[in-house]
Design a protein around this ligand. Structure first.
Ligand code: HEC
Length: 470
């Protein structure tokens, strides 16, 4: 390792001399860290790449960044860092778009090609102040996971779910929310939902346990031989009355603040569910993640709702449905999702959701697992015209991103939201844990999910008007 560093330093020295000579010859002078590169790294990278965060290295000083300069060049040239997966060609702009500008990319490349010089310390900008703790000051209410959880040093851990009863007696409006890992090293990503307890279960030590069997409720298809006895929390939980996703957390993300006048409503009698995806680190670890809530300070006019584009499902272009006779009437119900066949390379599923009332759209959060390949959200306007709002051409399970529209979008009644996704269960997918296997649907990462979430408000449901009408 030391020898490698030595060679590296020598190469760097030669490169630096070359750059200096070029500079002397009146050609372009290489950008320096202090003057040109630090402002980019501090603003666009250090939100994640700083001490204490679950990243390979901090990028908060020359000493930290210098040994990584080649990797930095590669990552930014390939548009792999900062992580952002929306197709830039889409017609919609996102307010949390993390991408570097072409000029920023050029600057970083020129800096590395010029030998990664340090420059003059007096040009160095000061590091922005990062929330050391909660992102928006102290939350009004902090809800820790009900128990501390021990993560073994090795192995693949199923999704862990913990439940905490909503502690208030009246509905509360949440303007901002943050999910914070207790131990960032071991939390791959996590989601906080507001939900009900799975049927026939009760809470024991923070877990939902079946009253009759005393077993922790699971939706792991592997444990049930592919027959999901305990189907909950996947698609189904979001059709259960009042259940919704509150916030998702991944490196560099976990805080969400809603637009002024809008908030999420939390009802008494519900449960906060911590849906935890842990990744063992090679050492035994413990985690107790925390949820912070900031209640609305100003009157709320509209409730932010979260829904998946899954009212009607199409498999290979054919509507998935069954007809049943209920009370003597024929009723169309959704059939069981077929499994993804072994080695399928481009398996398609599509969802549709009719927009029955004028709606305002704020954000997308597509959710799939390791076979997720690509996903698209299309809006069909009432006149039949289709507009692609978000395309994620290369979905990456590791980055469960939330795409927030820069301008909320007004959608008239009679429109339709459409989501189309593909899954790659072939050998070509390097994340595929088992291409030879049929893939079931469950919340476990080795199974699949299709939840094209989006966040919206319904224009008609103006709470201030409802109140004054009373
Ligand atoms: C949202 C959080 C986040 C942001 C913003 C971010 N990174 Fe990263 N970065 C990560 C994580 C997590 C990893 C490790 C996992 C991975 O490679 O996906 C990583 C990995 C890397 C690596 C690869 C290290 C290795 O092991 O080879 C480089 C280089 C890198 N980032 C550079 C950057 C640069 C430069 C920026 C800004 C222009 C940036 N990152 C912005 C989270 C982030």
């Amino acid at each position: 390792m030391r020898r490698l560093l030595g060679v590296w330093a020598l190469c760097a020295a030669i490169a630096m001399t070359a750059a200096a000579i070029n500079g002397g010859a009146g050609q372009k002078i290489a950008p320096t860290f202090a003057k040109d590169v630090a402002p980019i790294l501090f603003n666009k990278c250090a939100t994640c790449h700083r001490p204490g965060e679950p990243v390979p290295m901090p990028l908060t000083s020359y000493q930290d960044a210098r040994p990584w300069s080649k990797a930095i060049r590669e990552q930014v040239a390939q548009h792999s860092m900062p992580p952002w997966y929306a197709d830039p060609e889409a017609s919609v702009k996102f307010r949390n778009d993390r991408r570097l500008s072409p000029k920023e990319i050029e600057t970083i490349i020129a800096w590395v090609d010029g030998g990664s010089p340090k420059g003059d310390d007096k040009d160095l900008p000061s590091l922005p102040s990062f929330a050391n703790g909660w992102s928006w000051g102290a939350p009004d209410l902090i809800i820790p996971m009900p128990v501390e959880f021990d993560i073994p040093a090795e192995g693949e851990l199923p999704m862990q779910n913990f439940f905490v009863p909503v502690p208030f007696k009246e509905e509360r409006w949440v303007e901002a929310v943050e999910l914070r890992p207790g131990n960032p090293a071991v939390v791959h990503h996590s989601i906080a939902n507001v939900t009900r307890l799975p049927e026939g279960s009760q809470i024991v030590n923070g877990r939902a346990v079946k009253v009759d069997t005393g077993k922790v409720v699971t939706s792991d298809a592997r444990q049930t031989g592919g027959l999901r006895e305990e189907v909950f929390l996947s698609q189904d939980s979001f059709t259960r009355a009042g259940a919704f996703k509150l916030v998702g957390q991944a490196p560099g993300k976990g805080f969400e603040r809603h637009h002024e006048g809008t908030a999420k409503r939390i009802l008494p009698g519900m449960y906060f569910q911590f849906n935890m995806h842990y990744q063992p680190t090679g050492r035994p670890e413990r985690d107790r993640s925390m949820l912070g809530l900031w209640f609305a300070r100003k009157p709320v006019t509209h409730e932010v709702l979260t829904k998946g584009v899954t009212d009607v499902i199409f498999i290979g272009g054919k509507e998935l449905g069954e007809t049943k006779i209920v009370n003597g009437r024929e009723v169309r119900t959704r059939g069981k999702l077929p499994n993804i066949p072994p080695y399928a390379e481009n398996w398609e599923i599509a969802g549709e959701l009719p927009i029955k009332e004028a709606t305002t759209l704020y954000a997308f959060a597509p959710h799939m697992h390791l076979r997720g390949k690509d996903i698209k959200y299309i809006l069909q306007w009432p006149d039949g015209r289709q507009q692609t709002l978000l395309t994620v051409p290369k979905f990456d399970f590791n980055w469960q991103l939330h795409y927030e529209l820069e301008e909320p979008l007004k959608i008239p009644a009679g429109s339709k939201m459409i989501a189309v996704a593909h899954y790659d269960n072939s050998l070509k997918n390097r994340y595929n844990p088992a291409p030879q296997k049929e893939v079931f649907w469950s919340e476990q990462s080795w199974d699949e999910m299709f939840i094209p979430w989006f966040e919206y408000t319904v224009d008609r449901m103006d709470l201030t008007k409802q109140a004054s009408a009373k």
